[in-house]
Design a protein around this ligand. Structure first.
Ligand SMILES: Cc1cc2nc3c(=O)[nH]c(=O)nc-3n(C[C@H](O)[C@H](O)[C@H](O)COP(=O)(O)OP(=O)(O)OC[C@H]3O[C@@H](n4cnc5c(N)ncnc54)[C@H](O)[C@@H]3O)c2cc1C
Length: 378
């Protein structure tokens, strides 16, 4: 490919496509190439977000259709259930394939898209960037890089946890799910890791049942064993879809390097304490709206998480890392004591100062103070 582009976007995943679907409207005069290593879209993902007052309206802004919306959530541990009516907020889920197809369609005719190009190396030259792919080199002025590249160095220090999960969308023979009530976290006793089941009921007979671990060294093989035990409880079922992943739960991230802008997971767009990224991606895009990528304003495109939330996440992750067996109590306390609206805004990176104060007051104080001391006293 000899043509030189203004911008090359690496990876046709969530962050790139959300970014492009908005960026192209205001910047029609820049030539953009999107490259993706996979020849076919082979994702099995369900993207979920909180929606409601003071949160970015993802459906409206990105022209997306939610697959299911819940207004009631449950968090449980042992025999204790905390059920919350979350209206006027909601928890909404989007089918991954449909979402990415829809976003890509919005870019059609405005960008060039090439599949099957695997980026091997990127070289910064004086007045251009060279991208070396499996099928030759491409020259460009700017690169948006969504590859998930987290270095060993970024993962070297505690609390370096991962969120690892395996989920199956299942259909059961007898009606057993309540499609109005989402199970956000059903904790299990586990001394080493934080373990919970996440259940998205789509109908009385159909649900996504996911086993999640916040762990130091997760192995999907081990999680599969735990997950199989959890699925057996649903007696006669048929699996129609499977998804899995290992997401970083660290504060380290990649920064802009000359004309290369990292985005997505490796740029810190996944919230360290939850692994959710869709809302952070949308917030970043809002923050750069109306700006064109040019050499004199490239730093503007750096993702900068809220410092207070980052600090809070670091204490929370320290607690999860050193005292995983106490984490279920922490979550149960939080969900039963704090105002659910504050929790939702907090988890969506949009808390008010009042929300933060309420969250702090609802946490088990002794445990959080231990986390604070452990973070600063090595
Ligand atoms: C199963 C699953 C469920 C999730 N659920 C949620 C959720 O409910 N809510 C939420 O907010 N977040 C969720 N996440 C987290 C996060 O939103 C997703 O991981 C999201 O896909 C991150 O977007 P991204 O653009 O950073 O990465 P990706 O979507 O993974 O995109 C990166 C793209 O780059 C391509 N690529 C990689 N290397 C190369 C290369 N060398 N050359 C060319 N292309 C390359 C990849 O093939 C991929 O298409 C989930 C993650 C997973 C894995």
């Amino acid at each position: 490919m000899n043509k030189k582009f203004d911008i090359v976007v690496i990876g046709a995943g969530l962050s790139s496509l959300m970014f492009l679907s908005r960026y192209i409207h205001n910047n029609k005069n820049q030539s953009i190439l999107l490259i993706e290593k996979n020849k076919k879209r082979n994702i099995n993902q369900t993207f979920c977000i909180w929606q409601g007052p003071d949160l970015i309206d993802i459906k409206k802004l990105y022209n997306l259709r939610a697959r299911h919306v819940w207004n009631k959530i449950r968090v449980s541990y042992g025999d204790e259930n905390v059920d919350k009516d979350i209206a006027p907020y909601s928890y909404e889920c989007f089918d991954g394939n449909e979402t990415l197809t829809n976003l890509l369609n919005q870019c059609k005719g405005k960008i060039t898209f090439r599949r099957g190009l695997d980026v091997k190396k990127i070289k910064n030259h004086k007045d251009s960037v060279e991208i070396i792919t499996s099928k030759g080199s491409i020259k460009t002025k700017y690169v948006i890089d969504s590859r998930n590249k987290i270095s060993k160095k970024q993962y070297a220090y505690a609390p370096n946890l991962h969120q690892a999960f395996i989920g199956n969308e299942i259909i059961v023979e007898k009606e057993k799910f309540n499609p109005d009530l989402l199970t956000l976290m059903k904790f299990s006793r586990n001394k080493k890791d934080i373990e919970f089941t996440y259940i998205l009921p789509f109908s009385k007979k159909k649900a996504l049942v996911e086993t999640t671990l916040f762990a130091k060294n997760p192995s999907l093989n081990n999680i599969q064993k735990i997950h199989n035990q959890s699925l057996i409880k649903h007696s006669k079922f048929r699996s129609i879809k499977k998804e899995s992943g290992i997401l970083p739960m660290i504060l380290g991230r990649n920064y802009i390097d000359n004309n290369i802008i990292p985005i997505g997971l490796s740029a810190g767009m996944a919230r360290p304490s939850t692994g959710y990224s869709m809302m952070r991606i949308a917030q970043w895009i809002n923050s750069i709206e109306n700006h064109k990528i040019e050499s004199d304003n490239i730093k503007r495109f750096e993702f900068r998480p809220n410092k207070l939330l980052e600090w809070f996440d670091s204490i929370f992750l320290t607690v999860c890392y050193f005292w995983p067996q106490k984490a279920p109590i922490l979550f149960m306390r939080l969900f039963s004591n704090a105002d659910i609206k504050s929790i939702i805004r907090f988890m969506s990176d949009a808390p008010t100062i009042r929300d933060i104060i309420f969250i702090i007051l609802s946490m088990p104080k002794k445990l959080m103070i231990h986390g604070l001391i452990k973070k600063y006293v090595k």
